[in-house]
Design a protein around this ligand. Structure first.
Ligand SMILES: O=C(O)C(=O)C[C@H](O)[C@H](O)COP(=O)(O)O
Length: 622
């Protein structure tokens, strides 16, 4: 089928909008290639430092034979279950690289936060900004000019976007994300939620809750719900930056190992010294970004990606906004119901067809740019194939099959919803993002009096005191990037879920974020402009009737216009000290809105690049 006209027109307007910034980006990457980070330009002293600790064989290849050298950026730590397997990866990857006459070095490490560990804690206030730290760490690693290609080891929430934002500033280099796979399914996610709600109601004790949590989070590997980490994997495949069908192969299996090996071999091939160089700057173009947004809509992925995709795009000089998301959402059907949108987890989703089936369906329906460049040889069509173990322990690919379970994954002709799983809501309260894929039909419109809070703790206390035992729109302000760094407020979900289950109409409206794992509670998140900069949420008062309607796309306070205009915005209380939060003051000071990607680093970068304009050399030579 030919390309959908809305996909086409949204892409055209992104290209038009990004004309100047993209041109400047590509010019700068070209300049990097010609004069920047490359081993051939290092002095003997520089190079000797870089290989001092290498084996004699690697020294020979790196210095005298000029073989391809891969730089590995690792975000390993063994507290984060998804990243624990990466401890073993660099040594294995070096062996895989040698098999094809290349070398690999660990170029650097970057931090990796677990949002599961920091959920509801002060540490969560560092989470979104850690993405910039990861991007900068990636740049520091790659600044050593030793590499012909980049392997990015990261999976979880801020880590993949951060790695991409950093690596894309070295976009003259080819790059690939290498995932390590989900953990086996433990206690079903739905059951975990049920037990949590029993705890909130005081019906079970802490020991029982702890048992359930540990039965859910029980081993190495990525969490099995379709939250931000797994949406990252989807995004990376749709961007063409990961090996096809590599997202959801279970951790620590022969196929996972074969996939990592195939990935390293392919990365050598596409490296700047390989036979088919594919620089990241060319792979991540406007079409690839649109494909990633289409993937987000069709799978009902994490709301966090309405912040991450704009930020990743911006790092490549591409400007997207929520209007683009909204227009694409109107034509992309929801094909998946994976937890929190349905009861099944990513392992089950993968068994019944997984991403290859989704990509095949969307591609056949004309909803994807089939000509977007990818790291895989034949472009996007390779991503519509299933990866299997071949007889010789190599990965082999076969065409994707239709879904084997229509309760989890459907074709584009008989979707769960004719529109995408994420919507834009707007009105006199600003504009925010709403994940409709997980919300029951009867809750898509909620009109109820507001209760305004300035912290998660205050909401939980009010719920405990029975104050939310009614129809209510819970408004939590001061949670945006400039307020307190924009934490996820997922800890509110059990408390609000209890009220919802009792038949009350409850919604959440906030300038903060929610976890990708949040589902059934209707929530408008990332509302901007945020209260900290006097956005309209700061004008809401207890008792104002708020309308949250996913059917009409409205987010409104039904307050007399004159009265509304006369109100003074509340200055939210800011908790900005303790647990290292004070170190991030600079970031809070300059953070742009969520819609712009909420990256202080990119905001300041753009400001400086604007001064340089088209004269790239002006910014590089003294
Ligand atoms: O996906 C995201 O955005 C996350 O933040 C993942 C976190 O690990 C969740 O907050 C865990 O949530 P539960 O499933 O309720 O335990």
């Amino acid at each position: 089928m030919s390309l959908n006209s809305v996909v086409e027109s949204v892409t055209s307007r992104i290209i038009e909008r990004s004309k100047t910034s993209r041109r400047r980006y590509l010019t700068l990457m070209e300049r990097n290639r010609e004069k920047g980070a490359d081993r051939s330009r290092l002095t003997c002293g520089n190079l000797a430092h870089a290989v001092a600790a290498s084996s004699a064989a690697d020294k020979q290849e790196l210095v005298f034979e000029q073989r391809p050298n891969l730089g590995i950026i690792t975000t390993y730590n063994d507290m984060l279950s998804a990243h624990e397997p990466y401890g073993r990866y660099p040594e294995q990857m070096k062996v895989f690289a040698r098999e094809v006459g290349a070398t690999a070095q660990v170029a650097g490490g970057a931090p990796a936060m677990c949002d599961g560990v920091t959920q509801g804690q002060e540490g969560m206030d560092l989470s979104l900004f850690s993405r910039d730290v990861i991007a900068q760490s990636t740049a520091v690693g790659l600044s050593h000019a030793m590499y012909d290609g980049v392997a990015l080891l990261g999976i979880c929430d801020k880590i993949v976007p951060g790695l991409l934002m950093g690596a894309l500033r070295f976009g003259h280099l080819p790059g690939m994300l290498i995932p390590s796979g989900p953990m086996t399914s433990g206690l079903p996610n739905k059951e975990k939620v049920r037990v949590r709600q029993l705890y909130v109601q005081g019906k079970i004790g802490k020991d029982e809750l702890m048992k359930a949590e540990m039965a859910s989070y029980h081993s190495e590997g990525t969490c099995t719900f379709y939250g931000t980490a797994n949406t990252n994997q989807m995004m990376a495949e749709f961007l063409g930056l990961m090996m096809p069908d590599s997202s959801f192969i279970p951790v620590d299996t022969p196929l996972r190992q074969a996939m990592t090996r195939a990935g390293v071999h392919r990365l050598v091939e596409i490296s700047n010294k390989g036979k088919d160089p594919r620089p990241m700057a060319e792979v991540v173009n406007e079409k690839a970004i649109v494909n990633a947004i289409v993937g987000l809509m069709a799978t009902g992925g994490s709301t966090n990606h309405t912040i991450h995709i704009p930020a990743v795009a911006r790092a490549a000089g591409i400007i997207v906004n929520w209007e683009d998301f909204s227009d694409l959402s109107a034509v992309v059907p929801t094909l998946c119901k994976v937890y929190p949108s349905g009861p099944s987890d990513v392992n089950k989703f993968n068994e019944v067809g997984g991403l290859p089936t989704v990509i095949a369906e969307l591609s056949d329906a004309g909803l994807l740019h089939r000509d977007a460049p990818t790291i895989s040889e034949n472009g996007l069509e390779d991503y519509a194939k299933r990866a299997l173990m071949g007889n010789d322990k190599n990965v082999v690919y076969t065409p994707a099959k239709p879904s084997s379970d229509p309760e989890i994954l459907r074709g584009a002709k008989e979707p769960f919803h004719p529109v995408g799983g994420i919507q834009l809501l707007q009105g006199n309260l600003g504009r925010g993002v709403y994940k409709s894929s997980a919300v029951a039909d009867n809750l898509l419109t909620i009109e109820a009096p507001a209760r305004v809070f300035q912290s998660q703790t205050a909401v939980k206390e009010a719920q405990k005191a029975g104050e939310l035992h009614r129809d209510v729109v819970v408004v939590v302000i001061g949670q945006g990037p400039r307020g307190n760094g924009m934490p996820e407020l997922h800890n509110l979900i059990p408390s609000l879920g209890v009220e919802l289950d009792q038949g009350f109409k409850v919604a959440l409206v906030t300038d903060g974020r929610l976890s990708g794992a949040s589902g059934k509670v209707p929530a408008v998140v990332h509302v901007g402009p945020e209260a900290q900069v006097d956005g309209p949420l700061a004008k809401v008062r207890d008792g104002d009737v708020i309308r949250v309607c996913a059917r009409t796309g409205k987010l409104e306070a039904l307050v007399d216009e004159k009265e509304w205009a006369a109100r003074t915005p509340t200055k939210p209380h800011r908790a900005t000290a303790g647990t290292g939060r004070e170190l991030f003051a600079l970031m809070r000071e300059v953070a742009p809105s969520a819609e712009e990607g909420a990256s202080p680093m990119l905001f300041m970068m753009d400001r400086e690049l604007e001064e340089i304009g088209d004269d790239v050399e002006k910014g590089t030579e003294v």
